[in-house]
Design a protein around this ligand. Structure first.
Ligand SMILES: Nc1ncnc2c1ncn2[C@@H]1O[C@H](COP(=O)(O)OP(=O)(O)O)[C@@H](O)[C@H]1O
Ligand SMILES: [Mg+2]
Length: 307
C-alpha cells in the first residue's frame, strides 16, 4: 500500500537566527501507510507536538519536506488550506477551543467551514457524536455545562466531522480520569476500525500505545529513535528505559526475568500474551527442559528473537 505520509529529512527551528533559537526537530524521516494506527511517544520536549503540527501545514519545515497523499504540503503555499481538511488535528486540551453556544454548533463548525450543505453537516455531526459516544441529547446543550471528558469528546467529534483522511491527536487522554481515558481511547480505536482512517496518536503512556497502536514512533532528542511495530519496539525495553520512557509493567517483569537468565521472550506487552508465555515456559520446565537463556555469542543466540 502507498504511504499517505512521507516525512523527509524534516528539521524545524523555533525563532531561527534569534538568540532564543531552538532546534525542535533534527533530520526526521519516516513514512506512514494509509490506514495505520501509529502511536508517537517520547519524553517532554522531544519534539512530538512540533512534529504533528507539520501534518496539516501549521508548522512550515525549516528544511526537509512533508508529503501528504503524494503532494508536497509546501509546494504551493497558496494551497495550504487543502491540507487543513486532509489532516484533522486535535490539539492538547482541545476543549479550551470550544466556543459555540451548543455542542452541535461546535461539532458543525469544521464541516460548515468546508462549505458543505446543511443535510450533510447534520449527518456528519450526528455520526461524529456517535463515534465519540456523545449522547444526542447533549448536542443542544452548551459545551460549558458538560464534564471535562464530555467536552473533550465534543472537541474530538468536531475534527472527525471534517472526515479527514488522517486523524492526528496530541495526548487526547491527558488529564482525564481512568474511565475518561479508556472511553476516549476506545472511541478512537473504534473510529479507526470502522473508517480505516490513518491515525497518529501522541501519548506519554506506553500502556496506552501498547493497547491501541499497530506501530510506534519513538522520539528522543529531536530525532526518531525507533519506528517499528509495537512488538519490535517493546522488545527493546532496555533502550526505552534508557531513553527515560516507561514500558508496560508486564514488559518490565519479563525484562527482569531475562536479566535473571530465564528464557522468556522480550516482546511481551499484554497480559494475555504474558500468561501464554509463562504457561509455555512452565510446560517446558515440567518436561525437564532448561529455561536458561543461551549465553550471548553462543550458537543458539544466532537468528534470535529481536531483529
Ligand atoms: N513556541 C515555541 N517556541 C520556542 N520553543 C518551543 C516552542 N514550542 C516548543 N518549543 C521547544 O521545542 C522543543 C520540542 O517541543 P515540543 O514539540 O512541544 O515537544 P513535546 O511535544 O514532545 O513535549 C522543546 O525544546 C520546546 O521547549
Ligand atoms: Mg507536546
Amino acid at each position: 500500500m502507498a504511504s499517505i505520509i512521507k516525512v523527509e529529512h524534516l528539521s524545524y527551528v523555533y525563532n531561527p537566527g534569534m538568540p532564543g533559537a531552538v532546534t525542535a526537530l533534527d533530520d526526521v524521516s519516516f513514512e506512514v501507510e494509509e490506514g495505520d494506527f501509529v502511536g508517537i511517544i517520547g519524553a517532554t520536549g522531544s519534539g512530538k507536538s512540533t512534529l504533528i503540527a507539520h501534518m496539516n501545514g501549521l508548522n512550515r519545515p525549516t528544511s526537509g519536506r512533508i508529503i501528504i497523499d503524494g503532494r508536497d504540503v509546501w509546494a504551493d503555499p497558496g494551497k495550504i488550506r487543502d491540507f487543513r481538511f486532509l489532516t484533522g488535528l486535535v490539539f492538547q486540551y482541545p476543549e479550551y477551543q470550544l466556543f459555540e453556544e451548543t455542542c452541535y454548533k461546535d461539532i458543525a463548525f469544521g464541516p460548515r467551514n468546508m462549505g458543505l450543505d446543511e443535510p450533510e453537516i447534520d449527518r456528519r455531526v450526528r455520526e461524529a457524536a456517535r463515534f465519540v459516544g456523545l449522547d444526542e441529547k447533549l448536542l443542544d446543550r452548551s459545551p460549558f455545562e458538560l464534564s471535562g471528558g464530555q467536552k473533550r469528546r465534543v472537541a474530538v467529534a468536531g475534527v472527525m466531522a471534517m472526515e479527514p483522511r488522517i486523524l492526528v491527536l496530541d495526548e487526547p487522554a491527558a488529564g482525564l480520569d481512568p474511565e475518561g481515558r479508556d472511553s476516549i481511547l476506545s472511541a478512537i480505536r473504534e473510529y479507526h476500525k470502522k473508517t480505516g482512517v490513518t491515525v497518529l496518536l501522541v501519548s506519554h503512556s506506553m500502556e496506552d500505545i501498547a493497547r491501541y497502536a499497530d506501530r510506534v514512533l519513538v522520539m528522543a532528542q529531536r530525532k526518531v529513535a525507533m519506528y517499528d511495530t509495537v512488538e519490535n519496539v517493546f522488545a527493546r525495553a532496555e533502550e526505552l528505559l534508557a531513553l527515560g520512557l516507561s514500558v508496560p509493567q508486564v514488559t518490565k517483569i519479563f525484562l527482569k526475568l531475562r536479566q535473571m537468565g530465564i528464557d522468556v521472550p522480550a516482546d511481551v506487552y499484554t497480559i494475555p500474551y504474558a500468561v501464554k508465555k509463562l504457561v509455555e515456559a512452565k510446560a517446558r520446565h515440567d518436561a525437564g527442559e532448561s529455561l536458561e537463556l543461551p549465553r550471548p555469542g553462543s550458537a543458539a543466540q544466532k537468528g534470535g528473537a529481536a531483529e
